[in-house]
Design a protein around this ligand. Structure first.
Ligand SMILES: [Zn+2]
Length: 206
C-alpha cells in the first residue's frame, strides 16, 4: 500500500498526463457530467467497473454496495436511480454481480443481527425462493448460481421501480441488463436479462 504522499504524487502525475494528452479535458469535466451508464455493482475491491469495461472516466455513474443489491426500501439506491434517470438521463443500467461474492456466501452460510447480516437478508430471501433448484447443486455451484439469481432479482427490482416505468412510459431510453463477473479470469458474462421496455420486462416475468 503506497503512503498518502505517494498517492498524492501519483495523482499529480495522472492529472498532468491527462492535461497533456487532452488540454480541454478538465474544462469539459468541470462543466457537467454526461454518463452513459449506471452501474450497480458489488463493493468488492476486485470488481471496480471502469477498468472492467474499458470506458473512459466520466462515462459511468456508479452505485456499489455489499452484494450488488438494489434494495427497494433503501433511500440511497432509490436516489441514485432517480437522479440517473430523471436528471442525467442515463440510457443504460447494468447490474453486475460476481462469482465468489463474499456477500452471497455470507447470506448462504449464516444469519444474525449485525448490519451486514440484516442487509444480506435480501439475498437470503432469494435463496429461500430458489431453495429447490439450489439444493441440488454442490457448494461451489450453489454459491455461483445464487450470485446469478441475485443479479436477476436486482434487475427485476430496478425494472419494477416507478422511476423506470415512468421513463419507459414517456419513451425515454432505459436499457436494463444483468452481468456476472468471474474473478478467476476477468471475464464478464451476460445473463440473458436485457429489458428496454415495460412490455419486454412483463413478457419475461409473466
Ligand atoms: Zn461481492
Amino acid at each position: 500500500m503506497p503512503t498518502i504522499k505517494e498517492m498524492l504524487a501519483a495523482n499529480e502525475q495522472w492529472a498532468n498526463d491527462i492535461k497533456e494528452a487532452d488540454p480541454q479535458y478538465f474544462i469539459r469535466a468541470a462543466k457537467e457530467q454526461k454518463p452513459e451508464l449506471l452501474w450497480v455493482g458489488c463493493a468488492d475491491s476486485r470488481v471496480g467497473p471502469d477498468q472492467l469495461i474499458g470506458l473512459p472516466m466520466g462515462s459511468i455513474f456508479v452505485h456499489r454496495n455489499i452484494g450488488n443489491i438494489f434494495a427497494t426500501n433503501d433511500l440511497n439506491c432509490l436516489a441514485v436511480l432517480e437522479y440517473a434517470i430523471d436528471e442525467l438521463r442515463v440510457p443504460h443500467i447494468i447490474v453486475c454481480g460476481h462469482y465468489r461474492c463474499g456477500g452471497v456466501q455470507a447470506a448462504m452460510t449464516h444469519s444474525g443481527i449485525q448490519p451486514v447480516d440484516l442487509w444480506l437478508d435480501q439475498i437470503r430471501f432469494i435463496y429461500q425462493r430458489h431453495k429447490d433448484e439450489l439444493g441440488e447443486l454442490d457448494k461451489m455451484a450453489r454459491w455461483n448460481r445464487l450470485a446469478e439469481l441475485n443479479v436477476e432479482a436486482q434487475v427485476h427490482n430496478i425494472c419494477r421501480n416507478t422511476v423506470v416505468r415512468e421513463a419507459w412510459k414517456r419513451g425515454q431510453e432505459v436499457n436494463v441488463l444483468g452481468l456476472i463477473y468471474d474473478i478467476h479470469d476477468g471475464r464478464l458474462k451476460q445473463l440473458g436479462l436485457e429489458f428496454r421496455s415495460q412490455a419486454e420486462w412483463e413478457a419475461h416475468y409473466s
